[in-house]
Design a protein around this ligand. Structure first.
Ligand code: TYD
Length: 224
């Protein structure tokens, strides 16, 4: 059976990587093969595009050109990493995917939703996430968490963390609008709580929406 494609979305400091690691551990304990990947990136070529964009080199071109570059990276990521894994039955957990383009580049207000729809249609060519967790929290809380993380690691802010508070507030609303327009696929998770509680909320949503993943993996002999 084809693997399940699960994506994690949210603003800065929402705790996606912590939650992806925890979900991976739970799934592997149940015997499910899991691949963790991320966007932008996830394949050698897409990682090169990632550093180009996150260093701010594409910023002068504007949000539409940035959206095209994210889409180009996504095409390679799908072809080289995501689709082969799904085909061999691996569950793919992806840190950001197409909703990030809709939320981040869409929040600039300069790209119509029809253009984003069309870009998504051609780039994804039919491979849609089965389930998307949207980790939701107030922009102020997320930005201060991201700031603490950078101070701890001595990192600089990247291209999008550097945007103002109003951008990050619009981003949150954009994610909530995505969830509202596609409730079958999207589960909004309150990320403004302890990591353990976020983990429980994610697991509860997974049990409800993809129950086969919350059960031990069936071996071919069990099925026959
Ligand atoms: P990353 O360091 O992975 O940030 P995070 O930990 O927040 O996921 O950087 C990815 C950045 O790129 C993040 O600020 C969101 C942005 N982004 C877009 O603007 N559009 C996209 O399509 C994607 C995938 C990411």
């Amino acid at each position: 059976m084809a693997g399940r494609f699960v994506t994690f979305e949210g603003g800065e400091g929402a705790g996606k990587s912590t939650q992806i690691a925890r979900l991976k551990e739970r799934l592997e304990k149940l015997g499910h093969p899991v691949l963790v990947t991320r966007e932008p990136g996830g394949s050698p070529l897409a990682e090169e595009i990632r550093s180009f964009i996150l260093n701010g080199h594409a910023k002068p071109l504007g949000p539409f050109a940035e959206a095209l570059m994210f889409a180009a990276a996504r095409i390679d990521h799908l072809d080289k990493t995501i689709k082969p894994a799904l085909k061999n039955g691996t569950t793919v957990l992806c840190d950001r995917f197409a909703d990030s383009t809709r939320a981040y580049q869409g929040s600039s207000g300069s790209i119509s939703s029809e253009t984003i729809d069309e870009l998504e249609r051609v780039a994804l060519a039919g491979t849609k996430p089965d389930l998307t967790f949207i980790l939701d929290l107030p922009a102020e809380v997320g930005l201060s968490r991201a700031g603490e993380r950078q101070a701890r690691k001595g990192e600089a802010m990247d291209r999008f963390e550097d945007e103002g508070l109003s951008f990050h507030r619009a981003l949150r609303q954009a994610y909530l609008a995505i969830a509202e327009s596609d409730p079958q696929r999207c589960a909004v998770i309150n990320a403004d709580q302890a990591a353990e509680d976020v983990e429980m909320a994610i697991w509860a949503a997974l049990q409800e929406r993809l129950p086969e993943l919350a059960e031990p993996q069936k071996r071919p002999l069990d099925v026959a």
